[in-house]
Design a protein around this ligand. Structure first.
Ligand SMILES: [Zn+2]
Ligand SMILES: [Zn+2]
Length: 333
């Protein structure tokens, strides 16, 4: 748009007089974003805003931002003002095209870093895992609606105040009974919350957070070699454990956690998901950006299991087969 604009300016008469269109151009500005109105929506009070500006404003409170008149329009459903739309298309086509491109970009960015938050106490889902939820709380039914209007994504956290969570993408929505939606999802990336953005008014407490995606720092040099070595040791250890389990249990584990990944970063997350470690341990595994850190924690946990098993065996041998449990508890401390 900028090139188009400057070309027009260059072609204007040397006298530099403003055309009628330029003079009343400001009348077509949105008083929320101070840009040319995009998809103008007019409220009952007569004030007009861009659809997206209005939607964001009404999420904070349901009043006209100019005159404070209460409003009940649904910003997504209210038809655009036909006359204004036509006038803007005719008078400012280049600027309108630029605004459309700009908004598409902004929507992508906003969706990338602001998500509605779904809180499930104690539930940790790891990236790439499938997961299904039954949604019945009103605020989360609204969340599903918001997701389906936009990027289909929400943030899953174990508490409202968590600073770490997992982006979850909705693949399917099904009404399973009155007031209950079943959503089929897949966990995507881990995130860290930069700030708790807002609670959407009128939703009974639907929370939004500004997030940034978490990725492990690249492994280099000695660390990379060390991580590969640890991966080898841990993979062998897990395969040994799996070989002692019935095939149905192994299949079930694969359905929940996926198959063992080959490369080291997904492997470290997969292992963390597989091991029945304490929640604090799993949270640390999701929060860290150090693959080595995560692998070491899993290694320490497996060593602990080994020592406990050995201690239990020794105790069982010493007492002729009884009282193994107490000895194992002591060895764990
Ligand atoms: Zn606007
Ligand atoms: Zn108004």
């Amino acid at each position: 748009a900028a090139p188009g604009g400057s070309a027009a300016a260059a072609a204007a008469p040397a006298s530099g007089g403003h055309s009628a269109d330029e003079e009343d151009r400001a009348d077509f500005d949105c008083s929320i974003c101070f840009n040319l109105l995009l998809e103008p929506v007019t409220l009952g009070c007569g004030h007009t805003y861009c659809r997206r500006c209005l939607r964001n404003a009404l999420r904070v409170n349901r009043h006209c931002p100019m005159c404070r008149a209460p409003t009940y329009v649904a910003a997504n459903e209210q038809p655009a003002n036909v006359l204004l739309t036509r006038l803007i298309e005719r008078k400012f086509p280049a600027e309108l095209a630029a605004r459309r491109a700009e908004e598409a970009e902004e929507v992508r960015e906003a969706e990338a870093d602001r998500l509605p938050i779904f809180v499930q106490e104690g539930l940790l889902v790891y990236p790439t895992q499938p997961v299904t939820f039954n949604i019945f709380e009103p605020r989360y039914r609204i969340m599903v609606q918001r997701c389906m209007e936009g990027s289909r994504r929400f943030g899953l956290q174990t508490t409202p105040a968590s600073t770490v969570g997992v982006v979850v993408e909705i693949n399917s929505v099904r009404q399973v009974s009155v007031g209950v939606l079943q959503i089929g999802c897949r966990a995507r990336s881990r995130y860290r919350t930069r700030a708790t953005a807002a609670v959407e008014e009128g939703t009974g407490g639907l929370l939004y957070a500004d997030i940034e995606l978490l990725e492990d720092a690249p492994l280099a040099g000695a660390d990379a070699a060390h991580a590969q070595r640890l991966r080898g040791i841990l993979a062998e250890c897990v395969n040994r454990m799996l070989s002692t389990l019935p095939p149905t249990t192994v299949r079930h584990a694969e359905n929940v956690h996926g198959k063992m990944p080959g490369s080291v970063v997904p492997f470290s997350l997969w292992l963390s998901s597989m091991l029945a470690t304490p929640v604090a341990h799993r949270m640390a595994d999701l929060a860290t950006t150090s693959t080595l850190d995560r692998l070491r924690r899993s290694y320490a946990f497996l060593r602990l299991l080994d020592r406990q098993a050995e201690a239990a065996q020794r105790a069982a041998a010493a007492s002729g087969g009884d009282g193994g449990g107490a000895a194992a508890g002591g060895a764990g401390g």
